[in-house]
Design a protein around this ligand. Structure first.
Ligand code: AMP
Length: 394
């Protein structure tokens, strides 16, 4: 490895990690620590094709990361001898300030903490990982890579909401967009598949995982994206509603007396495919639909129709697209969702090759399709490592 980076994605009760080469973007080791703080936590460590599991209670993120260091020591390369150039942290919200990766110091840490107001479900958990890792690896540069940063190029016409000036000017209300490292990586790979420079092509990326967003990338720059101030806007997701009339919130508050915290949780955690079908996992939804479950069939239609509307509007926003790239758990694996999402876009230049779509690509459109459709596996950790290595080597 010439530029090994330890990439950490810290959630409220879990930490994912990968040791990635910032030059080749290959991961030699990966793992996840789950159920931190519960009676039994699980560490799953993968190295050289082998999986090692450790089950015991890790009381907090510090105990979890210490167990990760021990796992590296026991299986494969001890971190101390791996020539690490940095620890890189995925941070969900960078606000208007962080439009590039940044080396973390006390001031950056405080700024990320202030941004928790915009991402209360994510930034505090990211920050916990940063604090613990700074103590555990005091001599290594710690770098924050922001999910919002790739969308800093979205112009005013797409990032401003028509809301009172004080909301925008005093409270940071605007579209930020998320999944930026994935959209950056996949749009670059899509250009590679077309055999062109990213600066020569327009690409629409549909990142369809548990969270989901679509981005219009014009010559390498994000010019619009479906998530907004928070990851709630846009597509129907596993547990998030995506776009709704905002007045529904006031209506339900008046009707039921539910607090704004309850309504926030309802739209982020109890909506989306879960609310429509009782299932979060798209595989379960597809199985139910195949088995004749009407609610699951309608939910799939809603899911695909929303994606189709975004793709159609982004073809218009870009004035034409060279490629549409599907990525993440659902985008990479569900031929049915991809076909459903592209269904009626033939008039806009999308001709799906059904056999290629069923086989999983990478190219899933016909050779004469004006827009090339592709499946591109995302690599968010690889992109975080690449950006970190670039920052430190520049
Ligand atoms: P991600 O957030 O990218 O890890 O994606 C998670 C989502 O991918 C879950 O909703 C899974 O159900 C979905 N997924 C994974 N594999 C498949 C598959 N073969 N078919 C449909 N959905 C899948």
């Amino acid at each position: 490895m010439s530029a090994p980076v330890l990439v950490i994605n810290s959630g409220s009760s879990s930490i994912k990690y990968q040791l990635v080469d910032g030059d080749t973007l290959e991961a030699s080791t990966s793992g996840v620590i789950e159920r931190i703080g519960q009676s039994e936590s699980i560490l799953t460590h993968r190295h050289a094709g082998e999986k090692h599991e450790r089950r015991e209670r890790f009381a907090d993120h510090a105990a979890g990361l210490e167990a990760m260091v021990a796992a590296f020591q026991e299986h494969g390369t001890p971190l101390a001898g791996s020539g690490l150039i940095a620890v890189a942290h995925r941070v969900v919200h960078g606000g208007e300030r962080f439009v590039q990766p940044v080396v973390i110091d006390d001031e950056v840490e405080q700024a990320v903490e202030r941004l928790s107001a915009l991402a209360p479900l994510h930034n505090p958990a990211n920050l916990e990982g940063i604090r613990v890792a700074r103590k555990l690896f005091p001599r290594l540069p710690q770098v924050a890579v922001f999910d919002t940063a790739f969308h800093a190029t979205v112009p005013e016409r797409a990032h401003l909401y028509a809301v009172p000036a004080a909301w925008r000017e005093e409270h940071g209300v605007r579209r930020y967009g998320f999944h930026g490292t994935s959209h950056a990586y996949v749009s670059r790979k899509a250009a590679e598949l077309l055999g062109k420079s990213p600066k020569a092509v327009n690409v629409i990326v549909a990142h369809l995982g548990n969270g989901a967003s679509v981005t219009a990338v014009e010559r390498g720059r994000s010019i619009d994206t479906s998530m907004g101030l928070t990851p709630l806007e846009g597509l129907v997701m596993g547990t998030r509603s995506g776009d709704i009339d905002p007045a529904i919130v006031f209506h339900m508050h008046r009707q039921t007396g539910a607090s704004f915290e309850d309504l926030d949780a309802a739209l982020n955690k109890d909506s989306g495919m879960l609310a429509l079908t009782g299932e979060i996992d798209m595989r379960a939804v597809e199985r139910a639909a195949e088995g004749g479950d009407r609610a699951a069939q309608v939910a799939l239609e809603i899911y695909c129709y929303r994606i189709r509307k975004y793709i159609g509007s982004y073809i218009a926003a870009l004035g034409g697209a060279d490629a549409i790239a599907f990525t993440a758990g659902i985008g990479e694996n569900s031929a049915e969702v991809r076909a459903g999402a592209l269904g009626s876009l033939v008039a806009l230049g999308v001709q799906l090759d059904e056999a290629a779509n069923a086989a999983g690509g990478p190219i899933i459109s016909t050779p004469d399709s004006p827009i090339t459709v592709m499946v591109v596996p995302t690599n968010e950790e690889g992109e975080i490592a690449r950006q970190t290595a670039n920052l430190l080597q520049s």
